[in-house]
Design a protein around this ligand. Structure first.
Ligand code: ADP
Ligand code: MG
Length: 459
């Protein structure tokens, strides 16, 4: 059990930022995996929601990759180890884990609690609702189509094809449609599935000689919702099965909803006929939210969880997260958590420099030389000193930070990084990067330093 979780965590660590990893996963453990009901122990109820909202799919996948069947995944707080309570004054810049222990203590969590996820019959997650979906200039067309589908499914927007980059609300919107349809008519048979699950279920049913049953289950639906269609694989038989189900449902005027990160004709593995059929009724896209949209989303989130956050802090986050809504939510939660840990309001944290958000896909390009120069300057060294063979600790630290940033910010190979900082071989580089990666999980000061260097680089 211990090993399974350890392996799953190692996989998760690869996929998310080290700051998020240490914040959310450091003190988790596996309680049980019996009958596919996977239970994970977390520190306090705050984590339950965060892990569910942000990392449910990643955790599930990581477990499945380690041969754990996951029918349901719940997070629970079990009163286990006792943590020492330390006075607030002392927790300025010690390790993150002790900060979080303090949160735990201050929340006085004793009881076990858990919240379950998807509804098995529909595959829908009840947390995605229409009233938590904030409508703005980035999604209003898709949203009005969604409303029209809810009022009269299987008519005008059939199939409903929704596309857009990651984290822009595709899953939220289509599940909200499904949830609303069921709410209005509990007999309405809705089924939501990511295309990858559709495939694995199909293959499994064939292997068990239950191909017909699989097909029948889908034929009975009133509304089929397929997520992440871009992951369709080029296996003739599975694609044919999907095509057949699609055609049958379509002919019966059943509602079909499909999402993808791009248009079907841009997905190489898709049969041309299927691609064209998917967009018969048009294609709707979700775009990046503008500043006002982002503020509205953050205000709504704050209201939902009853969090106190200053308008200026909301504006700061909105201005500095330019990637997608998932990241926007992520930064928002991190600030709220930090605010709890450090006993300062979100705005105070931003003002005193404890938090600096900078998520942008439109950063201007920077060169390896700029990184090395900026890091050297930050640590009051000349570039030559940084690139020297000196083993003085602060020079070594600067060198390792430079390696780390060259690798993370520019994606340079370890050999190239070695060249840039004038070290002999790439194993030294690997060691250096690993060391910083690891230190970041425990060391707030270093984290702040690196954030500051990044700010200077991109700012
Ligand atoms: P996608 O499926 O496009 O990758 P998701 O639907 O998973 O994106 O959305 C990412 C996160 O952002 C989810 O937590 C979702 O609830 C939230 N989100 C996306 N769009 C909105 C919106 N318009 N209003 C409120 N929350 C949103
Ligand atoms: Mg999605």
């Amino acid at each position: 059990m211990y090993d399974v979780w350890k392996n799953a965590l190692a996989e998760i660590e690869q996929q998310i930022s080290s700051a998020n990893y240490s914040t959310w996963f450091q003190d988790t453990s596996l309680i049980s995996t019996k009958d596919g009901n996977v239970r994970v122990n977390v520190k306090n109820t705050f984590y339950i929601k965060q892990l569910q909202n942000r990392y449910y799919d990643i955790i599930k996948k990581a477990l499945e990759n380690n041969n754990v069947q996951v029918n349901s995944l719940t997070f629970e707080v079990q009163a286990t180890t006792k943590h020492k309570i330390r006075p607030r004054e002392v927790i300025k810049s010690t390790s993150i884990s002790s900060h979080l222990n303090d949160v735990r203590s201050s929340l006085h969590i004793k009881n076990s609690s858990s919240v379950s996820q998807t509804t098995p019959e529909t595959g829908l997650n009840p947390k995605y609702t229409l009233d938590t979906f904030v409508v703005g200039s980035n999604n209003d067309l898709a949203f009005s189509a969604a409303k029209s589908i809810i009022d009269s499914p299987g008519t005008r927007y059939n199939p409903f094809f929704l596309y857009g980059g990651p984290g822009l609300g595709k899953t939220h919107l289509i599940q909200a449609i499904g949830n609303e349809l069921v709410k209005r008519n509990p007999n309405y048979r809705v089924f939501y599935t990511p295309i990858s699950h559709f495939y694995s279920d199909f293959i499994e049913s064939i292997q068990n000689g239950k191909g017909k049953e699989f097909n029948r289950k889908f034929q009975k639906l009133d509304c089929l919702i397929i997520d992440d269609f871009q992951l369709i694989v080029n296996k003739e038989k599975s694609q044919e099965e999907f095509f057949n189900i699609f055609n049958d449902l379509y002919q019966l005027n059943k509602q079909i909803i499909v999402t993808s990160d791009r248009l079907p004709n841009q997905i190489k593995t898709v049969d041309e006929r299927l691609a064209s059929r998917l967009t018969w009724a048009g294609a709707f896209d979700l775009q990046l939210p503008k500043f006002e949209d982002k503020c509205a989303i953050l205000r709504a989130k704050a209201e939902q969880i009853g969090a106190d956050i200053e308008p200026e802090a909301i504006e700061y986050i909105a201005e500095n997260v330019n990637t997608n809504i998932r990241d926007l939510e992520g930064e928002f939660s991190t600030i709220l958590l930090m605010s709890e840990v450090r006993g300062l309001t979100p705005l105070e944290l931003i003002q005193n420099g404890s938090i600096s958000v900078n998520k942008s896909s439109k950063m201007r390009p920077i060169s390896p030389k700029q990184i090395v120069d900026k890091v050297a300057k930050y640590y009051n060294l000349s570039t030559t000193e940084l690139k020297s063979k000196s083993r003085v600790s602060h020079i070594m630290l600067a060198r390792q930070v430079a390696m780390f940033l060259l690798s993370k910010e520019l994606n340079l190979s370890t050999n190239k990084v070695a060249n840039e900082v004038n070290v002999k071989d790439h194993t030294t580089v690997m060691h250096g990067i690993k060391k910083i990666d690891k230190a970041l999980k425990l060391n707030f000061t270093l984290r702040d330093q690196i954030e500051e260097i990044k700010e200077r680089l991109y700012g």
